[in-house]
Design a protein around this ligand. Sequence first.
Ligand code: BG6
Length: 485
Amino acid sequence: IQVSPFDLVVFGGTGDLAARKLLPALFHRDAAGQIPDDARIIGVSRRPLSREAYVDVVRAALDQFVKTADKTPEAVDRFVARIHYLPADASSEAGWGDLASLLNSGSERVRAFYFAVSPDLFAPLSQRIRQFGLVTPESRVVLEKPLGKDGASARAVNDAVAEVFAESQVFRIDHYLGKETVQNLMALRFANRLFEPLWNSTHIDHVQITVAEDIGVGDRSGYYNTSGAMRDMLQNHIMQLLCLTAMEPPDAFEADAVRDEKLKVLKALKRIDDRNAEQMTVRAQYRAGSAGGKPAAGYLDELGEDSKTETFVAIRAEIANWRWAGVPFFLRTGKRLTKRTSEIVVNFRPISHNIFDATAGRVSQNRLILRLQPDEGVTLEVTIKDPGPGGMRLRRIPLDMSFAETFGVANPDAYERLLMDVIRGNQTLFMRSDEVAAAWQWVDPIYAAWANNDQRVHGYAAGTWGPSAAVALIERDGRTWFEDS
Ligand code: BG6
């Protein structure tokens, strides 16, 4: 179904995110017929480009990042016909009058401002938008992560944006929420009888959430070194996954109902601070090792200076509420790990009584695995009898659902779904400002503890699953990381 006509203004229009994610996502939605004829995409950046030169930038981005069959010459021409470009930035008034005139020629339509720029610019950009009277009732603003670098700076950004836009107009994007499997987690939990009665500490032993990447920080080290794995991935993506796994059923699949429940999870997280950070957290950096069969440099060598910024973090979290008391949630993420894989693994408790004798073998615990990438899908591991006349031999097998196999189509990129939600005005898959604040409230004391205790930054060889300290973190609890078991 087509969305309403819109103008989408992308600040950071010549940047990496626009090229890699936003423009390809918009292209796919256009090729699918979802974008109305008169919708406009307006790139804005400091660079003094003509419209034609920017169209070349857009074509180059599509060449590099769109490899699918929908990229026909006609589809590309149709898409670039929507493209406009204006040089402007927050530091001066230059260019803003032109932007205002362009937008005013479509003042009735949905108007979305996408801030694909550093968060320091969110406040000044919002002020310019107000100064030039660009906010209409149908306006929205999209804020890319990271939103601040701690609770205080996030609050400052949220407050500055709130002077210009109402909360109902603010879309704080976390692209993990747009991933199919993540939305499927809600379908699985709340559209099936099967799981919800078991979804608690009586039946669940522990949960693991892993977001592993094989890439290093590459040429993003300038940004990354001020951020680290916790700010870049854990405070947002992983904590959002945690919320959706652990939240109570919302009354409706509707923005505030869902976000109210997620907020309760964040607030119920047990505090980790100077007293227990050593036991509950591991921070680490990759050293030289390998990547894709080739030698790979260590983080500090790539950076060219000393740094304590973590490229890996593992945390044993607990949620202090009735449903989850005593159930550990093991969270971990890192760069330059063995492979790119992201998954939520829900480990059920053992059966209460085993009727089989030793010849039947071990009765394995059930596991539900939600794979976010690379191959999105859901696996439920169950124990069955080995086929054949040889008596009762038990074996664990996966009941597998691969989305690509079941539906025969590749999943749309998360940004496709989320950008269309922005135009539709649906905030369900976006973070509310109190959620962001609550996530920082949990993360800030961990950073403080790392600094106060001068907690060790472990090393791990590039291409491995992280430091041995992360293995120890989970094994102390008598559990093992999923890929090891
Ligand atoms: C981004 C992080 O938010 O997510 C990157 O800034 C990371 O460091 C990326 O590589 C991972 O996203 P995805 O969708 O490839 O898992």
